[in-house]
Design a binder for this molecule. Sequence first.
Ligand code: ATP
Ligand code: MG
Length: 402
Amino acid sequence: MSITTPIIAVHYAEIALKGKNRSMFLRKLKNNMDHALIGLPVEKINHIESRILVTLHPEADVDEAVTRLKRVFGIQWLSAATPIDCDDVGDDLSGLVKLAIDIVKKDIGDAKTFRVTAKRSDKNFHKTSLEIEQHVGGEIHEVIQVPAKMKDPDYTLNILVLKEKVLLFSNKIRCFGGLPVGSSGKLMSLLSGGIDSPVASWMMMKRGCTCEFVHFHTGRSIAESSVEKIEKITMVLAQYSPRPLRVRMVPVYPYEVRAIGNVEDKYDMLLFRRFIFKTASRLAWRRNCHALVSGDSVGQVASQTLPNLKAIAPDIQLPVLRPLIGMDKLDITDLSRKTGLFETSILPYRDCCSIRSPRPELNARPEDLMKFSDKIELEDAVTEAIKTSVVLKIGPKGRITE
Ligand code: ATP
Ligand code: MG
């Protein structure tokens, strides 16, 4: 369904369940909507009766506004609101009824039951909400002959009475829901060039987290590693964020020069993963992040058996969030498509995990990895890697240079 009127009704779900903190979540949501709509002619965004109404200039590109709002986490659904002037409603509500019937005929589709839900923001209106619901609902029923059902109807026509106008809206465009980015603290996400970790980051952003990113690349410099793919993935993620995203690009050669000839083949992949987690953890402390995020899923590859997940970095103090841990690859891929990440995630890229020894130990013990860590002075590799890393800031349109 496309929205054609310049008033968009925005509905939130989970935020409505919040108690004392609800106003903070709503403030963030409104701010993030403001950011998402930058450059479009917005007349006002106001919060009325558990909804946020976005009024655009009549010339505005409504489709573009809808596309952008669909990426604002915290929004559960959007609908087009059709306004009618209070002067045209009529004492007997006949003007309102006529418009309501037109909208229902157009939108009801094959719904088997319906209801009208009215709310008055202007309590001086000459009918109560219940009177509006009963009268308009009765007239609609006469015309369309669909039974009314108060609980869980297939179709609902909402009527919202404001001071100067009444808004009607029905068809919903489902959005992602979640919580507004910036309402749940900050994370350091390990971002690879694959399908999984961008989805994992997206899921945590959907829970309201601000994400910073760390990517490990194979070259001496980012030019040598051609990290354009990582930048492109971040650009897609940035569409969901009110601010540009920060990606730290870390070279892996400080690990490699120490590991060559010193680490048994079957431990190389696992020790390498220890290196990336230890580096990410140090960066996370530095940047005041509350946790790490990774795209691991149990058993997906040999380095992700439960014993290996346990052995890799038992000494990390921060929680490691793994939102995909119980998901199948097919489900992750579906989500990757839905979020708009997939096309970029499948571009060719020489990621650093793909060049490691392919047959890691399935049952590594923490003490084995600790032994090799000490032998190659892994902490020094981390320090050197961070020293030679660079930070990029990336918005939806690409790199931002200051
Ligand atoms: P896919 O499995 O789709 O190829 P992936 O991102 O899951 O991609 P894995 O090799 O399964 O890649 O790595 C597991 C996790 O380790 C990733 O989800 C990511 O969090 C982290 N990781 C892997 N490679 C890198 C990298 N080059 N830079 C940063 N993090 C990485
Ligand atoms: Mg993976």
